[in-house]
Ligand binder design. Structure first.
Ligand code: XBP
Ligand code: MG
Length: 238
């Protein structure tokens, strides 16, 4: 089947947003709420195994601050902390964009120019996608599947299923791009051949189910993707 669309994860795949973006935004929200919580770089790596900011706060509280969850309004507190975190994150990106990772913009540009359809499948909050991507580039994405639009976050396949449904394409007509094991599991569960570009936080994952596994997207162009894609669907991989 012909390759018709590329579906991208955001965090860690289009830009390196976690360590110096989401993490300090969580910490700013905790300070603002006068909570004595500080997520340092190694701890955040552990917390990243849980996708979704609200889910990550709850996971942290369960392990490191269980009394927080004894409050009757703990769910509302988590939602409020997360809303504050999103505001800090969006403000941080507004003050100076986190750059796209090497090879990302040329690939998007070429895909757009050659008529490959583009979509996003991310766990992050929709406002964060808008804050990260320059408006002209964001406009190239026909579908943006983000955050709580689905019930179950990655590694569940829901966000990819949602995007495929919106594109009205079968998985065999698409390629997914991910940086993490959770993301790869989600994309594969939706039937998508997946290109993985890990980073410092995700590089210890198991990526054996990936179509390709590379340090970055520099030098990856649409011809190469067509080739990998045709290989994937002429083998027993899918
Ligand atoms: C990304 C995430 C997100 C961000 C925070 O996972 O897990 O939760 O860290 O986003 P993936 P929110 O790249 O696999 O989609 O705080 O907006 O939820
Ligand atoms: Mg990611």
């Amino acid at each position: 089947m012909k390759l018709q669309a590329l579906i991208f994860d955001i965090d860690g795949t289009l830009a390196d947003t976690e360590r110096d973006g989401h993490r300090p935004a969580f910490n700013a929200a905790f300070r603002q709420a006068q909570l004595p919580w500080e997520w340092d770089i190694p701890l955040y790596g552990e917390l990243l195994t849980v996708t979704g900011g609200k889910e990550r706060i709850r996971y942290y509280a369960e392990r490191y601050a269980p009394t927080f969850l004894h409050r009757a309004d703990a769910d509302a507190q988590i939602r409020a902390l997360h809303a504050a975190k999103t505001a800090h994150y969006v403000a941080m990106l507004g003050a100076g964009r986190i750059p796209l990772l090497p090879g990302v913009e040329p690939l998007l540009r070429q895909a757009h120019a050659t008529g490959l359809r583009l979509a996003i499948a991310t766990t992050t909050t929709p406002e964060n996608v808008v804050a990260l991507l320059p408006p002209d580039l964001l406009a190239w994405f026909e579908v943006v599947g983000a955050g709580d639009v689905v019930a179950r976050k990655k590694p569940a396949s829901d966000i990819y299923d949602y995007v495929l449904h919106a594109l009205q394409l079968p998985p065999a007509a698409c390629l997914a791009f991910e940086d993490s094991e959770n993301g790869l599991i989600a994309a594969r569960a939706a039937g998508l051949a997946t290109v993985v570009t890990p980073n410092d936080y995700t590089r210890h994952g198991d990526f054996r189910a990936a179509l390709a596994w590379l340090p970055h997207l520099r030098g990856v162009d649409c011809e190469l993707l067509q080739l990998w894609h045709s290989g994937a669907y002429n083998s027993d991989k899918n």
